[in-house]
Design a protein. Structure first.
Length: 165
């Protein structure tokens, strides 16, 4: 077995354990930490695919910013005012739906004829990536930045003292 394939399986299993921890954990803080673990492992998969830029973005934006926003939202919301309810009566239906989705994805993956590339993917320089990102993809980049700004302003409005007036 190739060492790259072994690393891929180890990272994939850890990412799946983190994803299951997000769903199965009853504590929201532990769920956020499991999410961070899973996102870091996805960055590891990007590194195996020679996508260094995506790995850096994955760690900085998703692993850093999004998880920190979740922690800030947890700290700033007033949990004492909301009723504490851990179980949902629709949980069995959610389990059935998720198992059906998993069965569909597993069947599709098993029945698909995958082409295996023998060549190693080549790395793209950061200059070419930056030029393409800020010329061809400038509008989606700005839309994403506006969306993050709106989310930040919304978090500030929700967290302000005095409640809704």
């Amino acid at each position: 077995m190739n060492i790259t394939i072994a690393i891929f399986f180890v990272i994939g299993i850890i990412a799946l354990v983190g994803a299951l921890g997000v769903v199965a954990s009853r504590n929201v803080v532990y769920s956020a930490l499991f999410l961070l673990l899973s996102l870091i492992m996805v960055a590891g998969l990007y590194i195996l695919l020679y996508a260094d830029f995506l790995a850096i973005v994955q760690i900085l934006i998703y692993g850093g910013a999004i998880v920190i926003v979740i922690f800030f939202a947890l700290m700033l919301t007033r949990t004492r005012e909301m009723p504490l309810r851990l179980d949902n009566p629709k949980k069995p239906w959610a389990i059935v739906a998720s198992l059906a989705a998993f069965a569909l994805l597993a069947t599709t993956t098993a029945l698909t004829h995958w082409k295996i590339l023998v060549t190693t993917p080549e790395r793209v320089s950061y200059q070419v990536l930056g030029r393409t990102l800020f010329t061809q993809w400038a509008v989606p980049f700005e839309i994403a930045s506006i969306l993050l700004l709106v989310a930040l302003v919304g978090a500030i409005v929700i967290a302000r003292p005095g409640g809704r007036e």
